[in-house]
Design a protein around this ligand. Structure first.
Ligand SMILES: NC(=O)c1ccc[n+]([C@@H]2O[C@H](COP(=O)([O-])OP(=O)(O)OC[C@H]3O[C@@H](n4cnc5c(N)ncnc54)[C@H](OP(=O)(O)O)[C@@H]3O)[C@@H](O)[C@H]2O)c1
Length: 320
């Protein structure tokens, strides 16, 4: 075996770090990495939430506020995954993680809100437009730009609205109402985000840059409701109710996460964004297959809900 092969082999044995491993996306990244036989290290605030992970998954306990803990978690990893948590201090928390990746020269894969564009002028125009439409999301746009321009190899994944957000309104869906405001919105399965991130974390030939992650088509509220009608075998009407959704987010989460979700749906109710062939192509490239369609996700989820002894409630983490 030559030196280059030996280097690649030892690189493959080093763990991939997943920050936010207990979250909607991070848990899917862990699942996808384990399915690919990768060595995984998780960075978690509490060990309780990762009880169910296999014993060979390395666990580092700490918070993003603690720079020493972040540095400890990154030591010796081959690549690292990061999502900015729903936190008033999200920019500083992201800075702690990105700066540590720069110091360690760690390949960084990030999933979050990003205003893309082919060159710096279109990127600036997109950020200005996005910021005007959605001032609440300005820090998130700055985080993605910080990652994209960081002094390490970085891949920025830009997912659409998660299919799995609909699981928050399970009771409403079962009562025949799709209450989440939705004009025309690119949506994506969190399992596809996990699969795409795993590819970017493990395959160094995936070039630095920003990639869209979407389902096959954008969806309107009516189309989302229609897919749930078929999946649940009962009529589900599109009945957008911003106030009811905001109250639900407050009851489920409170704090910054409830505010982020509320502000997202304030925007999503009014937008008409058609998924472009380029976005589907980028997603398909990372997945090595076409993205999962919403109708299939709804069928699988309805079957899971109807199966006996499944836990109920607002769990965003959907198993494969
Ligand atoms: N929802 C959507 O449709 C959507 C679409 C596109 C982009 N996004 C973006 O995705 C991001 C959120 O990702 P997600 O959906 O995976 O979030 P999530 O389910 O809320 O997970 C957040 C993760 O971060 C961890 N965390 C929070 N604060 C931390 C801290 N101070 N130190 C260490 N870990 C911390 C949480 O750990 P604990 O388990 O300990 O809380 C959890 O594992 C947001 O930036 C959002 O804007 C969301």
């Amino acid at each position: 075996m030559n030196a280059r092969n030996q280097l690649q082999e030892s690189d493959a044995q080093r763990p991939v770090l997943v920050a936010g491993a207990t979250g909607a996306v991070g848990s899917q990244v862990v699942r996808a990495l384990l399915e690919r036989g990768a060595s995984v290290r998780v960075f978690v605030r509490s060990l309780d939430k990762v009880d169910a992970l296999p014993a060979h998954v390395d666990r580092v306990v700490g918070t993003l506020e603690d720079r020493d803990a972040v540095a400890r978690a990154l030591r010796g990893v081959r690549s690292a995954f990061f999502v900015a948590p729903h936190d008033a201090d999200e920019e500083q928390l992201a800075e702690n993680f990105v700066a540590a990746c720069e110091r360690e020269q760690t390949r960084l894969v990030f999933s979050g809100v990003h205003a893309g564009g082919a060159n710096r002028f279109t990127r600036l125009a997109m950020r200005t437009l996005f910021g005007r439409m959605m001032p609440h999301y300005i820090p998130k746009l700055r985080i993605a730009e910080r990652v994209r321009t960081s002094r390490t190899t970085s891949v920025v994944l830009t997912p659409g609205n998660y299919f799995q957000m609909d699981e928050l309104i399970r009771e409403e869906l079962l009562a025949g109402r799709f209450i989440l405001p939705m004009g025309l919105v690119p949506r994506v399965d969190t399992r596809d985000i996990g699969d795409a991130a795993a590819r970017a974390l493990l395959d160094g030939s995936v070039a630095s840059g920003a990639y869209s992650l979407v389902g096959p088509t954008s969806l309107t509220g009516e189309e989302s409701a229609a897919a749930w009608s078929v999946a649940l075998g009962r009529s589900v009407a599109y009945a957008p109710d911003f106030e009811a959704a905001a109250l639900l987010f407050e009851r489920l989460y409170g704090g910054r996460k409830a505010v982020d979700f509320r502000e997202s749906y304030r925007l999503l109710g009014g937008v008409k964004v058609k998924t472009s062939p380029r976005e589907v192509q980028e997603t398909t490239f990372l997945l090595g297959r076409p993205p999962r369609p919403f109708a299939r996700y709804a069928l699988e989820t309805a079957a899971r809900w109807q199966a006996p002894a499944m836990p109920t409630g607002a769990n965003l983490v959907t198993s494969r």
